[in-house]
Write a protein that binds this ligand. Structure first.
Ligand code: ATP
Ligand code: LTN
Length: 326
């Protein structure tokens, strides 16, 4: 059984990305043959500085390793190094309806955020994602809730292709962890935590310093009242902070509510900041170590590229054969 997932190297990686995606990946490595991609071609659907994009790509690979992705058992590679991703995208484009892409929530949101640059790549983003997934005959796609719609269109395209050209693609399943599916912004508990948020107070980045984490948690919005209770409807901000607390410590929400019974927001936030700092500290230390050994990171990516290439080529040959492309 195979798993495939990816993250865009667009700068920071936050705890929403960690718990929504990376944490799941770490656990999956034992059970699945895993492919973890750094999707740099998705990243350029929003303008990127070329130098920064290169740096962020290697930085994300380093972070993958620092978080515990194991290159001995998983394949870690860069999307742009495997040309079949864009090749398959073109093929899938020919069976994708414009109206299907117009319905994509992420496209609608990003188009609003970047009114002056609603480019064709941004529109076609889900088809490139479908190509990523289908190339590797993927069984499961571990992602956060916001990517569910993109996996659904991937399934639709796979079925459609199989119907037109004969059985070729596996139909992948989305894998979403309920508890961590959608971490909300610290400055706005009604919107998901997001890298592209206007204010850095929206997120805790995995690279944030202890001082910054402390400041961000202190400034996180809260709800009226003073009890630490889990009630997403009435107390969405506290519910989000409780979720983060629970994910970070492994304690159940009930346990945490009990621990803070009769205590106020201030004490709760202090403890939460402390727990996050403790949690991120070993990841940050491991990343610093790996940064001193860039050669190793490049080596991992090189091996990943070779492994990915074999499967991608094989699938693409089959696809071209089915369609009659010489
Ligand atoms: P942006 O918000 O700028 O589009 P992003 O924060 O969603 O970026 P991506 O690289 O698009 O980052 O997402 C990487 C992975 O993290 C995906 O699997 C996505 O579903 C997951 N993810 C992103 N934000 C959250 C969140 N707030 N809660 C849980 N999972 C998340
Ligand atoms: N669109 C995803 C990143 C992504 C991805 C994928 C995830 C690109 N290709 C294939 C899973 C499988 C996002 O998180 N924004």
């Amino acid at each position: 059984m195979r798993a495939f997932s990816g993250i865009q190297p667009t700068g920071i990686i936050h705890i929403g990305n960690y718990f929504g995606a990376i944490k799941q990946w770490i656990d999956l490595q034992q059970k699945f043959e895993c492919f973890f991609c750094i999707v740099n071609q998705h990243a350029i659907t929003i303008p990127q500085n070329p130098k920064a994009l290169k740096k962020n790509t290697i930085d994300l690979a380093t972070l993958y390793l620092a978080c515990g992705l194991n290159p001995e058992i998983s394949t870690i590679f860069i999307q742009s190094e495997i040309k079949q991703h864009t090749e398959l995208t073109w093929i899938l484009n020919t069976i994708t309806k414009i109206s299907e892409l117009e319905r994509m929530t992420q496209f609608k949101e990003k188009a609003k955020q970047h009114r002056k640059n609603v480019n064709v790549g941004l529109f076609d983003y889900p088809v490139l994602m479908a190509a990523d997934i289908l190339l590797y005959k993927t069984d499961v796609v571990p992602v956060g809730e916001d990517q569910k719609q993109h996996v659904e269109i991937t399934r639709t395209l796979a079925r459609r292709f199989n119907k037109i050209y004969g059985q070729t693609f596996k139909i992948p399943e989305v894998l979403i962890k309920k508890e961590s599916a959608r971490i909300m912004g610290l400055d706005n508990p009604f919107k998901k935590m997001s890298k592209s948020a206007k204010s850095p107070l929206n997120y805790i980045a995995l690279d944030d310093s202890p001082e910054l984490i402390f400041e961000k948690i202190q400034k996180a919005v809260t709800d009226s009242g003073k009890e630490i209770v889990y009630n997403p409807q009435k107390k969405p901000a506290i519910a989000n902070l409780l979720t983060i607390f629970s994910l970070i410590t492994g304690k159940s929400i009930k346990e945490i509510e009990k621990e803070f019974q009769g205590k106020g927001y201030s004490e709760f936030k202090q403890k939460l900041a402390y727990e996050i700092i403790e949690f991120l500290s070993p990841i940050q230390a491991k990343k610093r170590d790996l940064q001193k050994n860039e050669k190793y990171v490049f080596q991992v990516l090189e091996i990943g590229k070779e492994k990915a290439k074999i499967i991608a080529k094989e699938t693409m040959n089959r696809v071209n054969e089915k369609i009659g492309l010489i």
